[in-house]
Design a protein around this ligand. Structure first.
Ligand SMILES: Cc1cc2nc3c(=O)[nH]c(=O)nc-3n(C[C@H](O)[C@H](O)[C@H](O)COP(=O)(O)OP(=O)(O)OC[C@H]3O[C@@H](n4cnc5c(N)ncnc54)[C@H](O)[C@@H]3O)c2cc1C
Length: 457
């Protein structure tokens, strides 16, 4: 059975390669150049639409771990990234034009992959399909996907805008300056509250208004939903507007003083990210450096380490926790798999990684095998766990970070040592899974065919 892959971006190109590598024929659909997206500029596959960085290569960091697992799984795109790397300190950055050119060349030369330069607007019933059309999926296909998702029992929908609040690492919060409380004492005191005096608020407000926003291209100009306005936009509506919105102090008496602060920033523990906190209602469109500077004016966050900065941009992604199972297959339509940003991950490398997994899984299905999801302790498994198990109502895409990986069985205080042990465990489990269930790591060329996933794992 052949596999249809829609979208020859980062995820789709890797998925196609992984299928071909397992002897499975692929029909790969790409709508460019006939129809393009507002961000892509070339006809090439796997175009990097913004930065040219594939993040840290420092050993025992979370982005390194994900890439290391991908290398061990024979990722074509990471191999080409290595070949086209440019100097970037501890990061893996590539010559973007050369990178996409080489990916296009490798995919085009592969006899098992048939390329169709056309926009897909409908999904064929019963065909084994990977949807990898990314955050800028064409309108017609978006409608088709929304129809497919709405047919699911829980009436799910597509999300079209990402409105992301910053996330900080828990152990970088100065707990001596903050307090735990629930508003009006209702429910358990799960929120960390960062109290501000009038002087502190004024300083924060002035810095926020003066901070530089990310430059918006015309197509990015958003009609913000009133319920998720960026904080700088709320601030522009008046000096006190934030104090009546996301920084509202009412009902949040500071137990140490017995008084209500002038303003409060609330931090909420991320459900599946045990070691991190979300700045509630702090979605914003400021440059990352500006966010680091302005948000460090919040009492308790002076030395905060940011796992993610706020962002608002167009993004099409499905409500994965309600719709997908850990093999990236739809629960209601198991012949349809999702990969890349549209399945609920964020970032270039995460998109390639899910393309790799979807390719392996689709190849297994195409040859009568049963896909075997990666172990929970691996970076692959942690990404899949997040997108399938996170709270579905307010689901937001995630990058790979240590707070997605499960904690160690015994507590290790030293952060570096903890991360080293988490990486060691992840790679050990990855190797067991990959060599036992999926195929041998090594030569990523299709001429070295691999055994396809079996039911025995
Ligand atoms: C403006 C913008 C900037 C970003 N910047 C970064 C960044 O700097 N760093 C980072 O890590 N991540 C960034 N991302 C997030 C994300 O990592 C990238 O979008 C990444 O390219 C996603 O990979 P993908 O394979 O899911 O989608 P894509 O790489 O976008 O691939 C999807 C492909 O599907 C094609 N397609 C769409 N609809 C159809 C259709 N109906 N029929 C056929 N083909 C179709 C598209 O033409 C495209 O080639 C950015 C996202 C956006 C929107």
């Amino acid at each position: 059975m052949r596999v249809r892959i829609i979208g020859a971006g980062l995820a789709g190109s890797e998925a196609a390669w992984q299928c071909a590598r397992r002897g499975v024929a692929v029909e790969l659909f790409e709508m460019r150049p006939m129809r393009t997206t507002p961000a892509h500029q070339t006809d090439d596959f796997a175009e990097l639409v913004c930065s040219n960085s594939l993040k840290s290569e420092s050993e025992n960091t979370a982005p390194w771990l994900l890439k290391e697992e991908m290398r061990r799984a024979g990722s074509l795109l990471l191999e080409i990234a290595r070949e086209t790397a440019v100097p970037a300190g501890h990061a893996l950055a590539v010559d973007r034009a050369e990178f996409s050119r080489k990916v296009t060349q490798a995919i085009s030369r592969e006899p098992l992959i048939t390329i169709r330069r056309e926009e897909v607007t409908a999904l064929g019933a019963g065909e084994l399909t990977i949807i990898a059309t990314g955050p800028l999926t064409s309108d017609a296909l978006s409608r088709e996907i929304a129809r497919l998702c709405a047919a699911s029992p829980d009436n799910s929908r597509l999300y079209f805008y990402d409105s992301i609040s910053p996330i900080v690492e828990a152990d970088s919060i100065d707990m001596s300056k903050v307090y735990l409380a629930a508003r009006y004492g209702k429910g358990s005191a799960d929120y960390i509250n960062c109290p501000m005096s009038k002087d502190e608020y004024d300083r924060f407000y002035d810095a926020l208004l003066a901070a530089q926003s990310v430059e918006q291209k015309d197509w990015e100009k958003l009609n913000y939903f009133e319920s998720c306005l960026p904080i700088e936009e709320i601030a522009r509506r008046g000096r006190d507007t934030l104090r009546f919105g996301p920084m509202k102090p009412v009902g949040l008496k500071d137990p140490r003083t017995g008084r209500m602060p002038y303003a409060v920033v609330q931090l909420r523990q991320e459900n599946l990210r045990a070691d991190s906190y979300n700045l509630v209602g702090f979605q914003n469109h400021l440059k990352f450096g500006e966010q680091a500077r302005v948000l460090s004016l919040i009492p308790g966050l002076e030395g905060a380490r940011f796992l993610r900065y706020g962002q608002i941009h167009r993004n099409t992604y499905i409500k994965a926790p309600a719709l997908l199972n850990p093999t990236l297959q739809m629960k209601a339509h198991p012949q349809v798999l999702f990969a890349g940003q549209i399945c609920g991950v964020e970032g270039y490398v995460e998109s390639i990684a899910t393309g790799l997994m979807a390719g392996i899984n689709a190849a297994a299905l195409a040859t009568g095998g049963e896909p075997a999801p990666p172990p929970r302790a691996t970076a692959f498994g942690s990404l899949v766990h997040y997108i399938t198990q996170a709270e579905s109502e307010n689901f937001q895409p995630a990058n790979i970070t240590f707070d997605l990986l499960p904690a160690l069985e015994t507590r290790v205080r030293d952060r570096k040592e903890r991360h080293r042990q988490q990486c060691e465990r992840a790679l050990r489990e990855f190797d067991g899974w990959y060599s036992g269930c999926i195929g041998q790591a090594g030569d990523p060329s299709p001429s070295a065919p691999l055994r396809v996933g079996t039911t025995s794992c």
